[in-house]
Write a protein that binds this ligand. Structure first.
Ligand code: HAM
Length: 416
């Protein structure tokens, strides 16, 4: 380690930057609770099989991107690359199989060993939701609408919603056959990864970003027409409900998403301010059967990348942390204790206060108060101590007043 940078693909989020994160998190608490969701916190470390089972062993995330380790007891553990699989594992310990639904939201760090780029990190953060145990298309539409509501709440505009369906595994068979016929006749001109995908999981070809494959992918036959009636009905219903709720979207038949647990509805929200990694959020309906569970759990959910939300939000102004109410500093050694007492009183009265405990000059105290944009600078030197008072300067108007040491907290409260 030659400098103080964190590992590649990770970042420090400093106090000056945290305001916008709190703003996004507070909006999530507010909006998701309006829809009856409660917050869930699951471990960052899960048994590796949770993800192999949950996301599919052929997904890029499982094959190439997981941070996996053995603990001292020889257990295979993985830093969660996403939230859904661990949450469904946790919900299996509830009464979910007795027919009760679970609506949960979460936020926190996820880990994927990807090549770092703008908007693509190895430790990133997601805000997400899962509504597990309900299979009606109305919940798909509600979930998508909830994310649109969230974007409106935080003030993000200019995004696009892309919709598609993965159908059910049974209904996918004829589409898979058509895909196979189509790609088999072009595979010799496509990339090496796609050659493997043709054998192992043909749908992954639609996700290939290699320019060599793009012309063939763009000519893929429309898969929606190959899906069975039930799958088509589910998708049409979700789209008609979105129309009804005035949500604008574009049907993108080649949207398959990178995880294998999806059935029926899948969607992505893109934003033009994000550059190449333009997905602000992605989600859909899924079926997961954690190992040991009696049956599959079906749900609908999404996750938004918080770093990407910040990028999209910064096009619309910044959210800085609130400046402190007071800056308190002694101008001589005898004033240290009165400063400590007053800072304590202000904080217990819910007034944010930055205090210094080494004596300094009046000039340097006022400069420091200005630097942190404190509303009031409160200082005491020998003159003030003689009168048992503090000098208090309103940093905006420049007016100065003296307050007795015993009453300063009450006096300042009365001025708010
Ligand atoms: P995902 O599409 O893999 O879905 O990730 C969701 C979002 O997380 C992406 O749209 C992107 O904003 C962000 N994201 C993903 N990888 C990175 C990265 N390396 N760096 C920065 N941001 C990233 C899921 O994770 C599913 N669990 C979503 C879901 C929930 N589906 C159903 N329920």
């Amino acid at each position: 380690m030659t400098n103080f940078a964190p590992p590649p693909g990770t970042s420090d989020i400093m106090p000056e930057e945290i305001g916008i994160w709190h703003f996004m998190e507070n909006a999530a608490h507010k909006v998701f609770r309006l829809y009856g969701y409660g917050e869930i916190r699951t471990p960052v470390l899960e048994f590796t099989e949770v993800f192999i089972h949950g996301l599919g062993s052929e997904t890029d995330v499982v094959r190439k991107e997981m941070y996996t380790l053995k603990d001292r007891g020889g257990r295979d553990l993985t830093l969660r690359p996403e939230g859904t699989a661990g949450i469904i594992r946790a919900l299996c310990a509830t009464d979910i199989f007795a027919g009760s639904d679970k609506k949960v939201y979460y936020m926190g760090p996820m880990f994927r060993g990807e090549r770092p780029a703008a908007g693509r990190k190895r430790q990133f953060h997601q805000i997400g939701v899962e509504n597990a145990g309900r299979i009606l298309p109305e919940f798909d539409a509600e979930c998508i609408f909830m994310f649109m509501h969230y974007l409106q709440e935080v003030g993000i505009e200019g995004h696009s919603l892309l919709m598609s369906t993965r159908a059910t595994p049974e209904d996918r068979k004829p589409a898979e056959k058509a895909l196979n016929e189509y790609f088999s006749s072009h595979i010799s001109e496509m990339c090496e990864d796609c050659k493997t995908r043709l054998e192992r999981n043909i749908w992954r070809i639609l996700d290939c970003k290699n320019p060599q494959c793009a012309p063939f992918i763009s000519e893929t036959p429309d898969m929606l027409g190959y899906f069975g009636d039930d799958s088509r009905r589910h998708f049409e219903k979700v789209c008609s409900l979105l129309d009804r709720m005035n949500v604008k979207y574009k049907v993108e038949p080649r949207l398959v998403r990178g995880l294998d647990y999806y059935v029926h509805t899948v969607f992505e929200v893109t934003h033009p301010g994000l550059g190449a990694q333009n997905a602000l959020a992605g989600g859909g309906r899924y079926r997961i059967r954690p190992s040991g569970a009696k049956k599959e759990v079906e749900g609908i959910g999404f996750a938004a990348g918080m770093e990407r939300l910040v990028m999209a939000l910064q096009n619309h102004g910044t959210h800085t942390q609130e400046a402190p109410f007071a800056y308190v500093a002694p101008l001589c050694a005898e004033a240290v204790l009165p400063c400590l007492e007053t800072a304590k009183g202000l904080r217990l009265a819910n007034l944010s206060t930055v205090a210094e405990y080494d004596p300094r000059s009046l000039k340097s105290a006022l400069r420091a108060a200005g630097r942190i944009s404190a509303k009031f600078a409160i200082v005491a030197g020998e003159n003030e101590l003689e009168k048992s008072s503090f000098l208090c300067k309103d940093m905006k108007s420049g007016t100065q007043k003296e307050f007795s040491m015993s009453e300063i907290v009450a006096q300042l409260i009365s001025q708010i």
